[in-house]
Design a protein around this ligand. Structure first.
Ligand code: ADP
Length: 907
């Protein structure tokens, strides 16, 4: 102090550093003292200190130790030896907020220049002690900075040591006060600055060993601890206190500290200050602390709630992100995009070199594109779908084709009865495949009436060749996109059937069955026929381009099998490329065998019945075939059998459910028929049939048991197979010059109308030869009708039939019984060959016809027919109409002669 220099004692940590809060504090002091002492010349110490401090600050920053608390010596403390005797009179420092309590450090802003000056003077004199008094509540804010009268202050204050006093540069001074003991104003020493006489107060004496006090002390301490947990704000005060008060045992100091820690109102704190009774003060403090604790808990609660409110969604988002990252890190789950990309890459890798270059390039491009897209965008989805298709196709994967004739024969026989010619054709086909190594470029066409097994034999062929099977129908198909796919730009775009087929069979050489190719729709957008041609044509289909896929696909390994009911409506260019295999329908015996061997067991199985429980007798099946299901195929027969078994099942379950169950159990547990009650088998006989399937349907085949005069039985061939049809001729009107066909009914097509006209002319010339006097044709207006008018009929093959019907009418002579005919007629009376011989023969047999007249040109077809079809049928082959006439009515010469005889006898 000799040189007028100030002395600071700075306690440092053992490691020679200062905690940050102290550093800041010192920095403040230094800055202020430097500025207030500018030019005084004796600031060497301050500068040295500043230099030292800079080093401290640096090392502090280096260690980065910003925590407070562990240090043992961490305060700037001035020597404290002021006694009450030395200070009967002190400078009165007014406190605007919060009273100063003993043992507490309090920074105070001294606005009054006189007081500040005095403080500086006291400090330089080495007597830095003042009295700190709280200003009374009612002093208005504005007046507080004015010169203070003593009445404005509380009477009780605190004797305080000035730890630091730094001008704040705005005319005020920052003073750091350390409270020591209580003071009471007793009088005024001098004014401006106000100096007061004081009495240094002592606590009332109390018994420190009292249990209640001890307990209260403990409670205060634990409350302080709780408070610290909720808020670290008070830690500094507390540490300081702990170091300088010698612990928490002193009830008086503890009470002061506790109160100072709270944010209680000034008056409440002042009350604590004024309370000289220690136990009472302790109680007050405890109360304040408890309040504070509640408050701080409340504050935390409020803080939490607000935080929750704000961050509910955000938190979720962050957590999800975190979760994703964690999963990614652990390899549990990739994020969507990379998982998708990986999946596609994996698929491509699996297929390896088999993927054609073009496809591989497209896939790579699309994957790169995908990676750049936002997973929630619609384009991402479009690209992903596209990639899904691209990578999901069986590029280059084929099943090993089997060209084993024996195996094929067995497979075909297993599933189908008869059809020998069809099977033979298929075996030939396989043999060729065996020799040439492939069946490439072949398109099979299975044509025939419904229900003859076209679809199911297609499936068998796939099995025989060990190819995957895929079927789709083009019946009524009008949209080319079904075959060739949509462009990807369409919403909900899909690839075409062929791509779908590849994906679902996972094979590049499946057997594709295209059903109902004869019923291909007319395209409303594009032409389905030409799209189909593109698919089927071996010249083009190695680089088939689906609109959606947009990458060439090789269809050349696919074996195409088409089905059709009739050939006429198949688009020409398509038909040209096909190899037609005809399935003509079954005769009764074949149907019986199919039913007995395949359909009956299948239907029984489907109904859940066992062979030992139920069945149909042979004769019942025959009746079903003859009277209920006369179609060319067996689909109706199959349905009927299924109906029989369903009814049977219901009956058994209703009537004998229990016994049936029992019998089944015994049967399967111990197959011991001897002694055991054997369940009676339920056989459906022909007489039961009505009960199961109703009365026989009336068949058009049976319109006439014996056709009368003017009606002739013809044979027709439709897409439903062969059938028997009747041609009826009648006279509308007779008279001079009225001859001709007036009316033609029965849904006849153009060709058939022409046939009728030709037949009329031909019949007329025949009649004129036989009965030159018969003026029937020139004088009769005729009506020709073909019953079953609901079905359209067309074709030339009814020519001879119409002519015969007209002649029968003209001669008033019925044709021979049990005869039917088919053949085209020319104007000169020649009979031309027609199609569908087998179907017609089968139909004739079904209708119990014994004799048929066929064109000579069809003799070869007849020869090729299986013997069982020909059996029981007497065929006449005719070249000219006269032969037909003879077959129906007998020798024309005889007719003439007979008639003359008759006439003569009449005469
Ligand atoms: P299509 O395709 O010619 O209309 P389907 O193939 O659908 O006829 O045949 C109808 C049913 O008749 C199928 O259940 C089929 O198994 C059966 N079927 C047809 N022909 C035979 C046959 N020759 N042997 C055994 N079952 C046959």
């Amino acid at each position: 102090r000799g040189g007028g220099r100030r002395m600071w004692r700075i306690a440092v940590r053992r490691d020679g550093t200062l905690p940050r809060h102290r550093l800041n504090h010192v920095r403040d002091i230094l800055r202020r003292s430097a500025s207030s002492q500018q030019g005084s010349g004796n600031d060497g110490a301050a500068q040295r200190l500043a230099k030292w401090w800079r080093g401290q600050a640096q090392s502090h920053d280096e260690t980065g130790d910003g925590t407070e608390g562990n240090s043992a010596h961490d305060a700037v403390v001035a020597a404290n030896g002021a006694s009450a005797v030395q200070y009967p009179r002190v400078l009165a420092v007014p406190l605007q907020r919060r009273p100063l309590l003993p043992g507490i450090l309090l920074p105070v802003n001294v606005a009054d220049a006189a007081i500040a000056e005095e403080i500086q003077a006291l400090r330089s004199q080495g007597r830095p002690y003042v009295g700190a008094f709280l200003l009374k509540e009612n002093i208005e804010e504005g007046n507080k900075t004015m010169e203070q009268a003593e009445e404005d202050m509380h009477e009780i204050g605190c004797f305080a040591q000035v730890h630091a006093a730094v001008a704040d540069g705005k005319g005020g001074t920052q003073v750091l006060l350390m409270g020591h003991r209580r003071l009471k104003r007793t009088g005024v020493g001098s004014k401006n600055p106000l100096v007061v006489d004081v009495e240094h107060l002592k606590d009332h004496s109390y018994d420190a060993s009292d249990d209640v006090i001890k307990a209260t002390v403990m409670e205060v301490v634990s409350t302080i601890k709780d408070l610290l947990q909720t808020s670290p704000l008070y830690r500094e005060q507390l540490q300081y206190f702990a170091q300088h008060s010698g612990g928490f045992h002193d009830a008086s100091k503890l009470a002061d500290l506790g109160a100072a820690l709270t944010s209680a109102k000034d008056t409440e704190l002042q009350e604590v200050l004024e309370q000289m009774d220690v136990p009472e003060r302790l109680n007050r403090t405890l109360l304040l602390l408890k309040k504070e604790l509640e408050l701080s808990k409340l504050q935390i609660d409020i803080g939490k709630k607000v935080e929750e409110k704000i961050s509910g969604d955000q938190r979720r988002y962050f957590l999800m992100e975190q979760l994703k990252n964690i999963k990614k890190e652990l390899g549990i789950e990739k994020d969507e995009k990379s998982a998708v990309v990986e999946k596609f890459r994996e698929r491509v890798k699996e297929k390896g070199d088999l993927v054609p270059k073009e496809a591989a390039e497209t896939i790579e491009e699309e994957i790169n594109k995908l990676q750049a897209l936002d997973p929630s965008s619609s384009e991402f989805n479009v690209t992903r779908n596209y990639l899904d298709w691209l990578t999901g196709l069986p590029w280059g994967v084929t099943t090993k084709e089997v060209f084993d004739i024996e195996h094929a024969r067995k497979t075909l026989d297993e599933d189908h009865y008869g059809m020998d010619d069809v099977k033979e054709r298929i075996l030939e086909f396989i043999a060729v495949g065996k020799l040439s190594g492939s069946t490439h470029g072949k398109i099979l066409l299975l044509s025939g009436p419904p229900g003859v097994g076209k679809t199911s034999i297609g499936k068998s062929i796939a099995k025989a060749l060990n190819r995957k099977y895929y079927r789709f129908s083009v019946g009524g198909l009008g949209d080319v996109a079904e075959l060739k796919g949509h462009r990807r730009t369409y919403v909900g775009a899909m690839p075409g059937k062929l791509v779908q087929c590849f994906k679902s069979t996972q094979s590049c050489n499946p057997l594709v069955l295209i059903d109902e190719i004869d019923k291909l729709g007319r395209g409303h957008s594009g032409d389905p026929a030409s799209a189909l041609l593109e698919i089927l044509d071996p010249e083009q289909n190695a680089t088939f381009m689906d609109h959606y896929l947009d990458v060439p696909m090789d269809l050349s390994k696919v074996l195409f099998v088409c089905t059709a009911n009739m050939l006429e409506t198949i688009p020409g260019p398509l038909y040209d490329r096909m190899e037609n295999i005809r399935l003509s329908g079954y005769i009764a015996e074949e149907k019986f065998q199919i039913a007995r061997r395949y359909l009956d067991p299948q239907a029984r199985d489907a109904a859940g019945l066992r062979p030992e429980e139920a069945g149909l007798t042979d004769s019942a099946i025959r009746v079903l075939i003859d009277d209920y299901a006369r179609e060319a195929g067996v689909r109706n027969l199959k349905k009927l059998l299924e109906r029989v078994y369903r009814k049977l099942a219901l009956k058994l379950v209703q009537v004998e459910g229990k016994e049936l169950e029992q019998a089944r159990k015994e049967g399967s547990a111990a197959p011991n028929p001897e002694g055991a009650v054997v369940q009676a088998k339920h056989m459906v006989t022909e007489t039961d049939l009505e009960e199961y399937v109703g009365p026989p349907v009336f068949a058009a085949d049976r319109l006439y048991e014996e056709p009368p005069t003017g009606v002739i039985t013809g044979l027709a061939w439709t897409s439903m197979g062969g059938s028997v049809l009747y041609i009826e001729a009648g006279v509308l009107e007779q008279g001079e010059g009225k001859g001709g066909i007036r009316s033609l009914t029965g849904q006849l097509g153009e060709v058939m109308r022409e046939s009728a006209s030709i037949a009329h002319s031909c019949a007329r010339s025949v009649l004129s030869k036989i009965q030159p006097d018969n003026r029937f044709f020139s004088e009769s207006a005729l009506h020709i009708h073909v019953p079953a008018g609901a079905t359209p009929k067309d074709g030339p093959s009814a020519g001879i039939t119409i002519a015969t019907a007209l002649l029968s009418l003209a001669m008033e002579k019925p044709a021979k019984k049990g005869i039917a005919m088919t053949g085209e007629l020319s104007l000169t009376g020649r009979v031309l060959p027609i199609g569908g011989i087998k179907e017609k023969a089968i139909a004739a047999k079904r209708a119990k016809i014994k004799e048929i007249i066929l064109p000579e040109g069809n003799r070869r077809d007849w020869k090729e027919l299986p013997q069982e079809v020909k059996d029981g049928l007497d065929a006449h082959f005719v070249k000219v109409y006269d032969e037909v006439f003879e077959a129906c009515f007998g020798n024309p010469a005889q007719i003439k002669w007979q008639e003359q005889e008759e006439k003569a006898s009449v005469v």
